[in-house]
Design a protein. Sequence first.
Length: 266
Amino acid sequence: MELGYKYFINQPIFKKIIILNIIIFLLPLVSNTFLFLFNFNQISLIKYFDLHPEFTKVLMSPWTLVSYSFFHVDFFHIFWNMFILYIVSDYFLSFLNNKQFLEIYFYGALAGGLLFIVSYNGFPVFENSFTPLIGSSAAVYSLLIFACSYYPNTSVSLIFFNVKLKHIGLFYVLMSLIQIPFNNAGGNIAHLGGAIYGLYYSNNFNSFKSPFNIITDYLDKFSFKSSNKKNDQKTIDEILDKISKSGYESLTKHEKDLLFKNSDKN
């Protein structure tokens, strides 16, 4: 157990995500096998973590906006997602730090989930359709399109010919778009959401601020302003105390200016 933990901790971030996805994929399968052998009713864990398009269910289970990306339908579903994740991360994204990698991955999953919800509630074709969403495809697409956009002219060898990454990215996006009417509409829409986020992150790589960074910066500014107000009020109280003891003429020019500015604010 300890060896397994040490192995996990020492892996790069993308391998940790792959390992977690595999464990989460196998866990319900193994548990249901034992339940079957002992003649107990099997449990569907996925229903607590998949993403439903109804706003009310999302509000009741907000964690599903991300948790859906850790569950997969079958072996081939998880295999291809993890295969693409491994190839893209190992060959093209080694320059990213853990924070940047996780931002692209998890915000990509979030973007895919949000576009899925908006589409199912906005387009008439999905009226009365409540098929839930699972799979890490949106997060993987986010990483893939980020790499294709960040290294657009880098060529990779595909057996008989070389292809630029920007053309691979365009191919994947177009495939997801044109497959919406035929197969897995929700999943393909989520792919596009992840792709859009990956492109956005690439185009704003050096100046990117996550929503959490923006909120933190705002709170820091608010805290700084509040601190300044408290300090100013303390200074005003000292000036007023000085006036009561020695009169207005005893104030310095700076103290008079500060008192005047404060009176204007009030």
